[in-house]
Design a protein around this ligand. Structure first.
Ligand code: DGP
Length: 114
């Protein structure tokens, strides 16, 4: 755990969140500032700064992250489609330096994203 990391503190239960899935590897909770009717953040429980820091030993974690996303999308009823975004670094608008996948759905989405 990184003591000053917001998402590590959510994992530790120090900051409340609307948690919709938790297992040994990942946590999923609703974004505090939703950009779509469904906006869920899916994160690894252990600290990784961003997708740029995923390594060759993270295969099980990646599988779990994506399986969780598909399960949450199903539970949220996103049968018309959904989008996953992960921001890396300043230009992409990453504001929390703990890897998180945004699951967005429940409305039509434009492409390219802004
Ligand atoms: P990004 O900009 O890609 O780093 O996304 C960070 C997201 O985290 C942003 O959509 C808002 C969300 N967020 C920030 N602080 C909190 C919080 O305390 N609780 C929850 N649930 N979400 C948060």
């Amino acid at each position: 755990m990184h003591e000053r990391c917001l998402f590590c503190r959510i994992v530790a239960g120090e900051i409340p969140a609307d948690i919709i899935h938790e297992d040994d590897l990942v946590l999923a909770f609703r974004d505090i500032n939703p950009q779509a009717p469904t906006h869920v953040l899916v994160i690894p429980k252990h600290h990784i700064d961003s997708a740029a820091d995923i390594g060759p030993t993270d295969g099980d974690l990646l599988a779990r992250l994506w399986a969780t996303i598909a399960d949450v999308a199903d539970r949220e009823g996103l049968s018309r489609g959904w989008r996953v975004v992960t921001n890396v670094g300043r230009d992409a608008g990453q504001s929390v330096e703990h890897l998180h996948l945004h699951l967005l759905g429940g409305r039509p989405m434009a492409w390219p994203p802004g």
